[in-house]
Ligand binder design. Structure first.
Ligand code: SAH
Length: 213
């Protein structure tokens, strides 16, 4: 499968919709208009790639809704060269959006099936993450910390302590917190011990799951 003018046209319409829904960052809108979402979808859902909804990607997981990806990415305020930790690689779509923004991306996925599929997919589409890790996002990636930015793409019942400790001072984390429904939170690390928190509305994500072991 390839990217065609038809796909590009559909993406333009999607970007317009996302802009109307309140995303204003030009950089983020540009990234959404560049990443071929249809190449991150399961074959049965490809025709819906440019509809603003989440879809199944296997292992009971979903590719996030494009608006949600744009919203979280905008809140993350990615700068070129930022070291970004993503929890929940899933399809790799969000990873690709971060790479479009010239971030150095480290991403963790706990479902073996998705991890394997996405590890092959991303480089094939020209997206080179710094590191794709099969593991438990609750633990973060201490060997590569600190991170300028951390983005969690599954609903976290609690804010994992390890992630707070792996955030650089001055860094920011975007994380949906809650059980059934999540509050989108931005956490800014002010000092070794101080964290500032801001709330940005309600969302519904698949849950951030505990380690299987
Ligand atoms: N960013 C993804 C969203 C996938 S949905 C995309 O754009 O497609 C959330 C993902 O988080 C799922 O793939 C799920 O398997 C993963 N996940 C859930 N719990 C996790 C954990 N503890 N550690 C790492 N990944 C986790």
């Amino acid at each position: 499968m390839i990217d065609t003018p038809k796909h590009q046209g559909l993406r333009k319409q999607l970007v317009k919709l996302i802009e109307e829904k309140g995303i204003s960052s030009k950089k983020v809108l540009q990234a959404i208009s560049t990443v071929p979402r249809h190449l991150f979808m399961d074959s049965g859902f490809v025709e819906f790639a440019y509809i603003d909804k989440p879809y199944p990607i296997g292992a009971e997981q979903t590719i996030s809704q494009p608006f949600t990806v744009a919203f979280q990415t905008e809140l993350l305020e990615v700068e070129e060269g930022d070291k970004v930790l993503e929890i929940g690689t899933g399809s790799g779509y969000q990873t690709a959006v971060l790479i479009e923004l010239k971030a150095k991306v480290y991403s963790i996925e706990r479902q073996q099936e998705l991890f394997k599929k996405t590890k092959l997919r991303l480089p094939k589409l020209g997206y080179q993450a710094k590191s794709l890790v099969f593991g438990d996002g609750y633990k973060g990636l201490s060997e590569h910390a600190p991170f300028d930015k951390i983005i969690v793409t599954a609903g976290a019942p609690i804010i994992p302590k390890a992630l707070l400790s792996q955030l650089a001072i001055g860094g920011r984390m975007v994380i949906p917190v809650g059980e059934e429904i999540q509050t989108m939170m931005v956490i800014i690390r002010k000092s070794e011990t101080e964290f500032e928190k801001h709330e940005h509305g309600s969302f519904r994500f698949v849950p951030l799951l505990k380690d299987k072991n």
